[in-house]
Design a binder for this molecule. Structure first.
Ligand code: SF4
Length: 850
């Protein structure tokens, strides 16, 4: 029950734990599913798969889905100290009280967090300790399940492949088992093992004997593949987070799978074949999602968005429909060959989002090994186009430790970065921001490099150090994964069941959130290796021969081992394999005919003309601002921030209100220039944890605008805890809220009563602020005990010196700010008298003269 009872002011980013976000679903159903993401809120909420499953499950009549994320370390410590159980956001239900707990395994470094979340949620870590039906069924999906072996003792059933259809079968089976009242986990597991794409270790391993490297795989699990993205359910009503998440925008998956066959890329192999969403559907989903969320940016996500078969017409049509509402478009990293002037010109229509190029290797030779088909000349040409079109932010991604890599290949990386800097200078006449990501190569299961052992840590450190030294003086931002994290990633990516003992021991020594450098402790892992005698380095660096059985051989992803070996040999020979939509390389999926059929169908339906002909019925924003003949009007709104939403920061409340205003369709006026922003200005900020009864913002809108109707409309779109009390028209020349408001009234509970009296009895309490001496006593005009433990406090700025509560209140109340229960009840400005900024109260005379 942690999220309801804890004073979140004491924890980092309380808005992670608030619940009740817009579009969150609160539903009771016979089968309760916890969608557990083994990382913190900002990461999990960015994951599209979680949003898709949240929709699919909540659409089922007999099931409900709720979200559970890992707490950050500060809240986790509190939970352990107070014996609080990890609970879902929606119902605050402890994890152990769900029927099904589904983990998303996106990266190997999240494995310890899975064990930690189970433990914090009151669930034993291993299947064999969960055979009592009182414990939930624990399932997992995501790319890591293509080698499920290291996690197999902890997960009851792994879903391999696409989840859209299989999740129905899993939950139907669970519901049936529950209704029959069988009460034996064994029968549930047996029924689940009959579902295609499900690996149920308890059943498969006992039926056939457990799987170890070297043994013959006695059974195979085939990956689930959905055939059509257009028919797949899509979350057009995603939960809108209060806090900024990693991908804080609408993400439309334009295609799944990638035809380019990069030999290091697991996603490129395990999501084959390429399936595209039709442009009409993409635009329809984008429109609906924008209307339901109020976001200002859409990203077309894909493993290779540049290879979407009609990207340019799609982007053009997108801009035609949405640029008037200042909706920006971003694309994930593009292949060098996919970047062209026309595309860049379209992408900059609203505002330029950042740009990412992933050359991955520094030399032409090594790029042929990994199957990245572009030359130095192509790269230079791309840079020229990019900077000529005005981009001033660039990210470059490289890997080190690739098969056949030499020092010359490493030396070529800084050269490529310098090339970008020089080209940028030539075209923009300035030094631009270039961030260079350098991460160790991690060999993954089901790729052509699955036989190749990772380079020793010392060698990776030496190479990374060389690149850093070469670039650091030129003011590049050097980023990339930690070498020791990559070692663990490599060990678990290609490890077998034996690694589970190391995992459990590392977790019991405090390892979790291993992908976070501020939490990651390699010494704890080393201790676990010593205790178990299992060395992660042995697994990470292990090279296999062609004839060797691999721990993941029983998982069939559709791409054959023969194809992968052939590609490995092509890599060693430095031979490129081209885009498989042009030439099929017979990877095993046998989809060429189907693809050709699809492409011929696409050519009719995917021209710019046909896109233009599409009905735009799904999306109706208000009329274009530029067509409006009236001058903008200025509206002032008074609102409150109370209850759990007092934990929102000033920035978070601004974003929340701006998105609600966009959902309400207010005809906002925008600033001009390269980065148009809505003309909305907020009053003095209110810190995290402090409630506000009369807060204000001003906005410029194009008339006609009905104040009463729109106030009600906006209130209907706001979450509980934020409410608009008044909306009034104010003169265009009105003084800004931030310069008008200089006096603040608070009700404050807690603290030391005697301390307050002592503070008030003083006349001089000097403090230093930024080399300036201030008599902070002068900021407190009055402090009156209105209730046994509540002080009504009137504070004011001293000229240009603003009140800072974090500085002032601990001196007045003799306790840390977070310990106080603070409500800002009113704000005042001087207008001949002290007046509030809005409405009838603005006429109200306050008895103190300035
Ligand atoms: S079967 Fe051919 S076209 Fe299909 S994914 Fe494999 S290589 Fe590509």
């Amino acid at each position: 029950m942690v999220f309801l009872t804890v004073n979140l002011s004491f924890f980092q980013k309380p808005s992670r734990y608030i619940n009740n976000e817009i579009n969150a679903i609160h539903k009771e159903a016979p089968v309760k599913v916890a969608l557990a993401f083994p990382d913190i809120y900002e990461i999990g909420m960015s994951h599209l798969g979680l949003k898709i499953l949240y929709k699919i499950i909540n659409d089922l009549p007999y099931a409900s889905a709720e979200r559970v994320f890992s707490p950050w370390t500060d809240l986790e410590a509190e939970m352990k100290a107070k014996n609080y159980l990890l609970s879902s956001l929606e119902s605050n239900r402890p994890l152990k009280d769900f029927h099904v707990v589904g983990f998303s395994l996106q990266y190997e470094l999240s494995y310890t967090t899975v064990l930690n979340m189970l433990h914090l949620g009151g669930i034993p870590a291993e299947t064999e300790d969960r055979m009592d039906p009182c414990y939930p069924l624990v399932i997992a999906g995501g790319p890591c399940t293509v080698n499920p072996m290291p996690m197999s003792p902890f997960i009851d059933a792994f879903l391999i492949g696409d989840g859209e259809e299989a999740i129905h079968e899993i939950l139907d089976t669970y519901y049936q088992w529950k209704k029959e009242g069988d009460n034996k986990k064994e029968s549930l597991f047996n029924a689940l093992a009959d579902i295609d794409g499900l690996y149920v270790p308890f059943v498969h391993d006992s039926r056939f004997g457990s799987i170890h490297a070297g043994s013959q795989p006695p059974f195979f699990i085939n990956r689930r593949i959905i055939s059509s993205l257009d028919e797949a359910p899509y979350p057009v009503n995603p939960v809108i987070p209060y806090t900024a998440i990693v991908h804080d925008r609408i993400n439309i998956e334009v295609s799944r799978g990638c035809p380019m066959g990069c030999r290091f890329c697991q996603a490129g192999m395990i999501y084959r074949p390429v399936r595209e969403r039709s442009p009409e559907k993409v635009l329809e989903l984008a429109g609906e999602s924008l209307r339901n969320t109020g976001y200002e940016e859409v990203s077309f996500t894909s493993l290779s968005a540049g290879d979407y078969s009609c990207l340019l017409p799609l982007v053009k049509e997108f801009n035609k429909r949405f640029s008037k509402d200042t909706i920006a478009l971003s694309l994930p990293s593009l292949r060098v060959a996919a970047i062209n002037r026309d595309l860049l010109q379209e992408m900059r229509t609203v505002r330029k989002t950042g740009f990412t190029i992933a050359p991955e290797a520094g030399s032409d030779r090594l790029r042929k090994v990994i199957n990245k088909d572009f030359s130095e000349e192509d790269y230079l040409q791309t840079l020229k186009v990019l900077f000529a079109e005005g981009w001033q932010n660039l990210k470059l991604y490289f890997m080190i430790g690739l098969p056949t890599e030499t020092d010359e290949d490493i030396e070529a990386i800084p050269k490529m970065a310098m090339q970008a800097l020089r080209t940028a200078k030539e075209f923009t006449k300035r030094f631009i921001n270039i961030s260079v990501g350098v991460s160790p190569f991690v060999p993954k299961a089901h790729t052509p490099f699955q036989w190749y052992g990772q380079m020793p840590v010392e060698e990776l450190i030496r190479k990374k150090h060389f690149i850093k030294q070469a670039l650091v003086k030129k003011k590049f931002h050097i980023k990339g994964h930690d070498v020791k994290m990559s070692l663990l990633e490599a060990a678990f990516a290609r490890g077998d069941r034996n690694l589970s003992a190391l995992l459990k021991t590392a977790w019991s020594h405090g390892c979790r959130l291993d992908g976070w450098s501020e939490v990651f402790e390699f010494t704890a892992w080393e201790k676990a290796m010593e205790m178990t005698g299992i060395d992660a380095k042995d697994f990470a660096s292990k090279s296999y021969d062609q004839a060797d059985r691999l721990p993941w051989d029983n998982i069939h992803i559709g791409v054959t081992k023969e194809y992968l070996w052939k590609e490995y040999q092509q890599a060693l020979a430095g031979v490129i394999s081209t885009d498989c939509r042009k030439v099929c390389h017979n990877c095993g999926l046998e989809c060429l005919k189907k693809l050709e059929k699809g492409r011929s169908g696409e050519s009719e339906g995917r021209t710019p003309e046909s896109l233009n002909a599409t009905k735009h019925s799904a999306f109706t924003f208000p009329p274009m601002n530029s067509l409006n003949r009236f001058r903008p009007v200025k509206i002032r709104a008074e609102f409150s921030k109370t209850g759990r939403l007092r934990y929102l920061s000033h920035l978070e409340i601004m974003v929340l209100l701006q998105r609600a205003i966009r959902r309400a369709g207010f005809p906002l006026e925008y600033s001009k220039g390269f980065h148009p922003t809505p003309k909305i200005a907020f009053g003095p900020p209110l810190s995290v944890g402090i409630a506000g009864l009369s807060e204000y913002f001003d906005m410029e809108l194009l008339p006609p605008f009905d104040l009463v109707v729109n106030k009600n409309k906006l209130n209907n779109l706001l979450p509980e805890g934020v409410h608009i009390h008044a909306m009034v028209s104010i003169p265009a020349q009105s003084e800004s809220l931030n310069s008008f408001i200089v006096r603040y009234e608070y009700d404050i509970r807690g603290g030391d009563r005697e301390g307050v009296r002592k503070f008030l009895s003083e006349t001089d309490i000097p403090i230093n602020r930024e080399k300036q001496s201030i008599n902070i006593r002068d900021m407190v005009e009055k402090a009156t005990f209105v209730h046994e433990n509540t002080v009504n406090c009137m504070v004011a700025d001293l000229g240009n010196v603003k009140v800072r509560l974090g500085e002032l209140l601990p001196l007045v109340f003799q306790v840390p700010l977070e310990s106080l229960d603070i409500t800002r009840v009113a704000l005042y400005g001087w207008n001949g008298n002290w007046v509030k900024p809005v409405g009838r109260s603005s006429m109200q005379l306050i008895n103190t003269k300035r």
